[in-house]
Design a protein around this ligand. Structure first.
Ligand code: HEM
Length: 582
């Protein structure tokens, strides 16, 4: 019986081998040829085309660089935006480089004529590249940041109402709850056991406190949500978001870009970040086999492994998605109640309604007379966008402002004089009162110029075109070199890289209010939260500088480059409580 089975198996094996040999003999050119052609195509597309066949390979610009990633390693290794600045200095108003992703070519323009064409005149012919849209979409919602063309125009018009001065003014009072909490926390930290100010001040890491304050402000003003992460650092929304943004570094970004370039990469990530069970499973596996479950990037002794990073990314986004969906449900229920109570008469500005951005958008979406409506998915996407675009950027701007002031005592003192006068009159100064402080305005503008939280952004040419007299082929990536533009010596002088608020009182004739500082960019995609961010920065700086003195307690921190530019490893300052009556 056994020998019969063995001979059956032997004959099956020998007949299979002879069939394979037959197929090989008959079709070997195809069997070898198809993979070879496919492989050659990949080599051409990702390695050779950019180097030897591109129409623009002879444009001025740095040498090819890495065989696959071109100049990506140089861009990642340099201080944010500084490689672009050096290349513009060397090659002029336009340069071309290989990379930053395999098979890509990138051009960078810094002339106002070019920036006007790309950002203002024809913004939808130069959309964000698909991999940037997907990264932003997955991490910060497929909302206003990622839409293009008529869809963007319609949503932007609709959202502009919620960001109008009227509502920003109404929300402004809420900024002070987190800001006053921050002041109290710092007061406590800078006093001894007897409640007396520590004379020489106290050394501390300040970025986490600033992050939490700005998280609490955005939660209140954008969602009407009491997050209070200042007192509860493990607050689920703030904690998940903190872990997510801590993943940002050049190498992680490149890894995510590569996943997004894979066939079905974006779909896979989109699917994963909406599956709570997957996040739980991955973090359980990571607990057992990866980081030991620390998941606390601040306290990891070694850089996290790829698996840990992926698990944090998916788990954190899952949590953020879940909490924002719950929050949205509450808002929808509130708005429906209000609609019923108002007997059908219902609009964004209905009296008694909350004025946080989400409540306004939800009400406008339920308003029968509104000709634009957002469904739950769209509303939830905007929530993620406010968190992604509104929190991290402002927090990194505030951290850099604190660093610059700590390093420049005379500037700090001048600002203190102006702010103290106001704070002594009004503990929580109003919107207009802050705007009247000229030096505070100059300090905030200068911080945004020198330390732009997003030092660069990207666009892609959707068709062959000419920009400022230079031919740009379809598919070319365009670097918008925000920081390089902000450091243009022909506008800002030879000391353009220096932090000097005084320069805002003596602007060059060539200064353009639209293009000379590109921190919030220009044109149809310009930052909708600009006024909110500037006012948050003014309120927080005025409150802190009036009451405390800051000194650096470390050497200049490295600027960590990813989507936003943060001080690497935080910021240690010596903080001293002042007697305001002195
Ligand atoms: C210092 C703080 C901020 C900086 C430096 C900043 C910077 C930027 C930049 C550069 C863009 C354009 C991105 C691009 O198109 O490539 C942008 C867009 C955007 N920002 Fe901000 N932002 C800040 C604060 C905020 C705040 C507080 C909010 C809202 C709560 C916000 C919401 C948005 C939104 C929704 C967009 C997309 C606009 C559109 O495409 O129409 N930002 N921001």
């Amino acid at each position: 019986m056994v020998s019969a089975q063995r001979s059956d198996a032997q004959s099956f094996l020998s007949s299979s081998i002879s069939s394979i040999l037959y197929i090989w003999k008959q079709h070997w050119p195809l069997i070898v040829g198809i993979p070879l052609v496919f492989f050659s195509y990949l080599v051409y597309k990702y390695v050779l085309r950019v180097r030897y066949f591109s129409k623009i390979r002879h444009y001025p610009g740095p040498p090819h660089g890495h065989w696959l990633f071109g100049q990506a390693p140089a861009v990642i290794a340099s201080e944010p935006g500084m490689a672009q600045l050096a290349w513009h200095k060397k090659y002029g108003k336009v340069f071309r480089l290989a990379g930053v992703l395999p098979g890509q070519e990138t051009m960078s323009f810094n002339s106002y004529t070019a920036l006007k064409t790309i950002l203002v005149d024809k913004p939808y012919e130069f959309p964000k590249p698909p991999f940037v849209r997907d990264l932003l979409g997955i991490a910060a919602g497929y909302g206003l940041l990622t839409l293009e063309g008529p869809d963007h125009q319609a949503l932007r018009r609709f959202m502009n109402q919620a960001f109008s001065f009227r509502y920003l003014h109404e929300q402004f009072e809420q900024y002070y709850k987190p800001i006053n909490s921050l002041v109290e926390i710092l007061e406590t930290k800078t006093k001894d056991e007897k409640g007396q100010p520590v004379k020489e001040g106290v050394e501390m890491e300040v970025t986490k406190l600033i992050d939490s304050t700005l998280m609490d402000i955005i939660c209140l003003t954008a969602f009407g949500y009491e997050c209070d992460s200042l007192h509860n650092p493990k607050q689920p929304l703030a904690h998940s978001y903190h872990k997510l943004v801590n993943l940002q570094d050049g190498k992680n970004m490149l890894a995510i870009f590569l996943v997004l370039m894979l066939p079905f990469g974006p779909q896979l990530l989109r699917w994963a970040v909406k599956r709570q069970w997957l996040g739980t499973l991955m973090s359980t596996l990571d607990k057992r086999y990866g980081s030991g479950g620390k998941h606390d990037l601040d306290n990891m002794e070694e850089p996290p492994k790829f698996y840990t990073t992926t698990s944090i990314f998916i788990d954190s986004l899952n949590n953020v998605n879940r909490i924002s969906a719950e929050l949205l449900e509450t808002k929808l229920a509130e708005a429906r109640q209000l609609k019923q109570a108002s007997g059908g008469e219902f609009a964004m500005n209905v009296s008694g309604g909350k004025v946080d951005v989400l409540s306004l958008l939800v009400r406008a979406s339920l308003d029968d007379s509104s000709n634009y409506k957002m469904n739950s998915d769209m509303l939830q996407a905007q929530m993620l966008t406010f968190l992604g675009a509104g929190h991290e950027t402002t927090a990194s701007g505030a951290a850099w402002a604190m660093w610059e002031l700590a390093c420049n005592k005379d500037i700090q003192q001048k600002l203190r004089k102006e702010c103290q006068e106001l704070i002594l009159r009004n503990h929580n100064p109003g919107w207009q009162e802050l705007n009247e402080l000229k030096y505070l305005n100059a300090v905030v503008q200068e911080t945004m110029r020198v330390r732009p939280p997003t030092p660069q952004t990207a666009r892609i040419a959707s068709k062959d075109c000419t920009v400022d007299g230079t031919f740009v082929p379809k598919g070319t990536q365009l670097m918008i070199p925000i920081r390089a533009v902000n450091f243009d010596e022909s506008i800002w002088g030879e000391d353009a890289r220096q932090f000097k608020p005084e320069r805002w009182f003596d602007l060059s004739d060539k200064y353009s209010s639209v293009f000379s500082v590109l921190t919030f960019i220009a044109g149809s995609h310009h930052c909708i939260g600009r006024n909110m961010a500037i006012q948050e920065l003014k309120a927080i700086l005025c409150a802190l500088i009036s009451r405390f003195e800051f000194e650096p307690a470390q050497s200049e921190p490295r600027e960590k480059s990813a989507i936003t530019m943060k001080p690497d490893g935080g910021l240690r300052l010596r903080v001293k409580l002042l007697d305001m009556k002195d």
